[in-house]
Design a protein around this ligand. Sequence first.
Ligand SMILES: [Zn+2]
Length: 250
Amino acid sequence: MFSLRGDTSAKFGKEIFTNVFYFRENLTLDCNQYIIVDEATGNLSLFDAGNGISLNSLFEGMKKFNLHYENITKVFITHEHVDHVLGLYPLMERLKNDPPKIYAYKETARILKEGKESKIFPGNLGISPSMFGITIIPLDIKELNDGAKFEIGSDFVFNVYFTPGHSQGSVCFYEPNKKILIPGDLVFTGGSFGRFDFPGGSLKLLTESIKFVTSLDVKFLLPGHMDTSKNGTLEIQNSYRMIQSMGRFL
Ligand SMILES: [Zn+2]
């Protein structure tokens, strides 16, 4: 049977900002991951779980910055798609004695609580959990509402914004003081933006959500795929222009 083989080398990592780390996606259906350190406690918050196969690559990449996965106490999920959530299952297994809390927006939380395979594997991608060596099981998830806030140590206060269009449960995490935006698959660098052709996707909603984030003051754009940027607002404006001109042709 076809199976996806993970790149076992360490994920490329970079400290984007003090205590904010980027770990680049692996090649096969994976996503970028971010770690934020609570300086006082040493606890780590992980943003997105990757595809599961890449979990060891993440752990190896983290070691280079003296970050240890045993210290992950919170996981924040941007949306319910396979490349962002599958890593939750092996992560929870590895940390079963002291499991981190998992946070997700309503729809994403519901899918993960119920273990809804068809929503995690959207459309006709021709892939299944067994190819990743993973069994989807119901997880205990803490629900985040639109407009919620959460703190990471005393340095970071994130706002949660519901930004649908790529998927039904897509959110952005925004830190206004540090000007950090973690948009999942809403916008990427280079004028690109998330797919809207999966079930639950919508070009109209995606356009509206991107328009909303153009109103935020963003320096560090930390998207789910491709590169990060230190010119966030400019990148988002580019993506907004691109999606508007695309809408005109559809
Ligand atoms: Zn996605």
